[in-house]
Design a protein around this ligand. Structure first.
Ligand code: PLP
Length: 486
């Protein structure tokens, strides 16, 4: 570790500013802690509010960084192995948007996985890019979306030689990674940019026990939610660039397009401090998370009727590697859906897990978890097993996805054209204005701008009939749907 990594340039600049403590006729109007609601101040303490500053001669400007913000970003670039890095104050959401708008500049084609985060679609709406969808394979035992393979990307380029970039989500929410090295090779052979939505992977760079990071594997750009598992505050993220293919000025202009002109100094300082923490202690922090999660996995797999996925997934459905700090827990053998399991754990056992789907829940383990929390999770699952295993029947398997419907309009065109709300039963043959993703498996079966086919309609209707979970439409009952006025 280089000596400089001990520094926290933005944190230090703010301390210096507070030392000077000038008479304040600038925004924000709360003037350090003085103007903050007393009740909140009493609870939280005064110091944090002194970090809520804005652009001043000592504190730099995110959009034209040349002082402590720039230094802090350079230290982050060095730590994550990038040429340069930008701090983000609107999460990986804005990083994905800027990345997509940059790679699809001028309405170019880019490839995205069918299950990309909605910020990717927003990027296409903002920038007018044309998506080519790549369908991740489904891992049948757990009903998980697998990875994207270099072979799929090669085939995509064969059919779309004009494609300018490929976006891969790696790791996914479930910790599943794709073969990024292989995909980078294919992309670069076609002069295309590899973008990685690495929202869930900033910690992977700090341990040999985890998959390698995207930048280490040849990605041109990677967006990371530092707030997710590496200790910064919610909404603070980073985008790292290591590439000759990315036009720097264009990316910077696009970051300005999607971020506030008043970025939060609390969030940016939290990025600076989290980077220093990871630089100094990352290896031991991540090892601790791996140990805690390995312990949990082993114990959960001994509980009758419950299971927790592990490295046996590698090699299936394009799954290249697995971040084992994600606990994919299933009680489907005893008839409990992931949605029910999450609710039960919270309501009855005071255990909060992250993401539910039809079959599984995902519990995220970090360096900041306590052994007692792992014990509490395991004890709750043991009790659930005692209550439900004797009678429980396995959940029925998910249905096969219908074929991808016809692409008629780009997401941007579909977003801006006039829409109308029509009864669900009248949507066959219409170009839809809303994405629909039934669970399982949570992959959109139709996107904005695609035409509702009979197969997709029947598939969704079957879900609707049995009150299945459907994500996307503004009318959650799906009695109606927004379609393009024709
Ligand atoms: C895969 C993926 N990408 C991007 C995002 C957006 O990240 P953020 O919450 O930092 O805006 C998320 C959020 O959960 C995500 O799961």
């Amino acid at each position: 570790m280089k000596e400089d990594q001990k520094r926290m340039p933005l944190y230090e600049a703010i301390l210096e500013y507070n030392e000077k403590s000038p008479a304040f006729f600038h925004i924000p109007g709360h003037r350090y802690e003085r103007g903050i609601n007393e009740t909140w101040r009493e609870k939280v303490g005064d110091e944090i509010f002194k970090f809520d500053l804005s652009e001043t001669p000592l504190t730099d400007d995110l959009h034209h960084a040349s002082g402590p913000i720039k230094e802090a970003e350079q230290l982050a670039a060095e730590l994550w192995g990038a040429d340069y890095t930008h701090f983000l104050v609107n999460g990986s959401t804005c990083g994905n948007q800027a990345m997509v708008v940059t790679a699809s500049h001028g309405g170019a084609k880019i490839a995205i996985p069918r299950n990309a985060h909605k910020s990717v679609l927003m990027g296409l709406i903002i920038g007018g890019g044309k998506p080519v969808y790549i369908m991740p394979q489904i891992e049948p035992e757990w009903g998980l979306h697998g990875g994207i393979t270099p072979g799929q990307v090669e085939e995509m380029f064969r059919q779309n030689p004009d494609c300018k970039g490929v976006l891969v989500v790696s790791p996914t929410y479930y910790g599943i990674t794709s073969d990024l090295e292989g995909i980078a090779r294919v992309c670069h052979a076609h002069d295309a940019i590899l973008m990685v939505d690495e929202a869930h992977g900033a910690h992977c760079y700090f341990s040999d026990k985890l998959p390698k990071g995207a930048i280490e594997q040849g990605a041109d750009m990677a967006v990371q939610s530092i707030h997710k598992v590496t200790g910064s505050l919610t909404q603070s993220s980073m985008i790292h660039i290591k590439s000759d293919l990315v036009t720097k000025n264009l990316l910077e202009a696009n970051l300005t397009l999607v971020q506030s002109t008043s970025p939060s100094y609390i969030l940016m300082t939290s990025l600076d401090c989290a980077r220093q923490h990871m630089a100094l202690h990352g290896a031991e922090m991540i090892d601790r998370a791996v140990e805690l999660s390995d312990d949990a996995r082993e114990r959960i797999n001994r509980i009758p009727g419950l299971s927790c996925a592990g490295k046996e997934l590698i090699g299936r459905a394009g799954i290249h590697n697995l971040d084992t700090t994600r606990l994919i827990i299933s009680a489907d053998d005893i008839g409990i859906t992931g949605f029910e399991l999450k609710k039960m754990l919270f309501d009855e056992y005071d255990v909060e897990v992250e993401l539910p789907d039809y079959r599984n829940v995902v519990a995220i383990v970090t360096y900041a978890n306590e052994q007692e929390e792992i014990d509490k999770l395991v004890a709750a699952l043991e009790d659930i097993s005692r209550r439900f295993a004797p009678e429980g029947e396995p959940l029925p398997p998910g249905e096969k996805l219908p074929p991808q419907p016809d692409y008629v309009l780009s997401p941007r065109a579909a977003y801006f054209l006039e829409r109308e709300r029509v009864p669900w039963v009248e949507t066959r043959g219409r170009i839809v204005a809303e994405m629909i993703a039934p669970y399982p498996p949570g992959i959109p079966v139709i996107y904005q701008g695609e035409r509702m086919s009979a197969e997709v309609w029947d598939y969704i209707e079957a879900f609707r009939q049995r009150n299945g979970h459907i994500h996307g439409p503004s009318d959650p009952t799906l009695s109606t749907l927004l379609v393009i006025k024709e």
